[in-house]
Design a protein around this ligand. Structure first.
Ligand code: UFG
Length: 395
């Protein structure tokens, strides 16, 4: 195939140079400080005053913004490519923002060439399970067809490394018992068109790895939660449907009480079990996936979770503990498409990426999420809660 821009093998070359550098450092390089610094910059491709560029599609969104921050802190230049349909301009703080749609292959080719992009992390996509049930065609267009455009643009430019934002939704409940953890080779039985499209996009990417030598990692997130401990970025969905922000709102805000969706599941307290993983742990895993020494042609799907399931009521209790006040909730009927239990077996990611969740205790997740929710910098009217008085403060 005729290449439209030449990024060929640059990533492989950088990785090779880094390997050489590590060896030389281990052997005791013995260079004067200034010379060592210059050598490091050349070896790492930072000789133009900035690190290698990584295209982050959907980088104005929740997990994308946290990953852009992690990339920047490691010396990369995150080039955020986002149509701002659900992301926030204010979340892009660590590199340039290019407004564009992933379906626009020509624009992607231009951006990859202009920024000398060397790897892509693809977050952009639709995530609302309920909306996917009502509007499956939209999800196939955005999550599958547009991903195909991105893959073609990468191939035209010779970019050979992709990290894809996938989901535990590819598993559904399948034939699993409620307390069983899920390994990557577990049965795939998506319970929604959202899960179907993530699964289909993985197949498409795997085929391109086999056919064209692309190296790709599909990271299957379990339940992303929490916020950057510094408070600059956090979770902001419109409308918000996720448990932790809604439970915090029920404890702190003057919003609606939480409805717990079902207490008749085959789980210890009857409510659904999920594996909540701190968004900064997810960001670290993306960095590890970008840098992992996988060979050309490898497609590696990896679960990102803690290996521990928490029930909805356990989450509510953690929120009450951290807030120091009760969360108003009632038990309602089940929500359509909710599997009783989704808990990762993260052993493969730990082995291949040298990664492990480090900030994902429920209390740390809730504390960081609550700090953000008390003063979000962007999002639905920067959801400022009018904090209800504690019961002890009421006369
Ligand atoms: N829940 C409630 N009340 C609410 C909201 C949620 O009881 O108001 C319950 C749900 O029934 C579920 C749990 O809280 O048992 C977590 O629900 P979330 O909506 O926070 O998250 P989901 O597990 O439905 O989905 C998330 C992502 C999906 C991803 C999935 C993978 O939103 O994109 O995790 O585990 F596919």
């Amino acid at each position: 195939m005729q290449r439209d821009c030449d990024q060929r093998d640059r990533w492989g070359q950088s990785a090779h140079n880094l390997g050489l550098l590590r060896t030389r450092l281990k052997q005791g390089l013995g260079l004067p400080a200034r010379e060592l610094d210059a050598t490091l910059r050349i070896y790492c491709g930072m000789d133009q005053g900035r690190g290698p560029a990584v295209l982050v599609t959907g980088g104005a969104g929740y997990i994308g913004a946290h990953t852009a921050k992690a990339l920047h802190s490691r010396g990369y230049t995150p080039v955020v490519y986002d149509n701002l349909s659900s992301g926030f301009r204010a979340a892009v703080q660590w590199g340039p923002l290019v407004e564009g749609d992933v379906a626009d292959e020509e624009r992607l080719v231009g951006v990859i060439g202009a920024h000398r992009v060397q790897a892509v992390i693809h977050f952009a996509g639709l995530i609302e399970v309920g909306r996917s049930v009502a509007n499956p065609d939209l999800f196939w267009q955005v999550n599958v067809a547009a991903t195909c455009s991105l893959l073609t643009a990468m191939r035209r430019c010779g970019v050979g490394r992709l990290v894809f934002s996938s989901s535990a939704a590819v598993y559904g409940q399948g034939g699993r018992g409620p307390m069983e953890t899920i390994a990557e080779d577990a049965e795939k039985a998506p319970a929604s068109p959202y899960g179907d499209t993530k699964h289909a996009a993985e197949w498409m990417i795997a085929a391109q790895c086999r056919a064209y030598g692309l190296t790709a990692v599909a990271l299957r997130y379990f339940n992303a939660a929490g916020a950057d401990p510094g408070g600059a970025i956090g979770e902001a969905h419109e409308p918000e449907t996720h448990l932790i922000p809604l439970a915090i709102s029920a404890a702190l805000g003057d919003g609606k009480p939480l409805t717990v969706f079902g207490q008749d599941f085959d789980t210890p307290d009857g409510t659904c079990l999920r594996d909540y993983i701190h968004v900064t742990d997810l960001a670290a895993a993306h960095l590890a996936a970008v840098e992992a020494p996988f060979a050309p042609g490898v497609f590696e799907p990896l679960n990102l979770g803690t290996g521990h399931g928490r029930s909805v009521l356990e989450v509510v209790k953690a929120v009450e503990r951290v807030a120091g006040r009760p969360a108003r909730y009632s038990i309602g009927p089940r929500r359509e498409g909710d599997p009783p239990s989704l808990v990762a077996n993260p052993a493969r990611a730990e082995k291949l990426l040298g990664w492990r969740a480090a900030h994902s205790s429920l209390d740390e997740i809730v504390a960081d999420a609550m700090r953000w929710e008390r003063g979000p910098r962007y999002g639905a009217g920067a959801r400022q809660f009018r904090v209800r008085p504690r019961p002890s403060e009421v006369a």
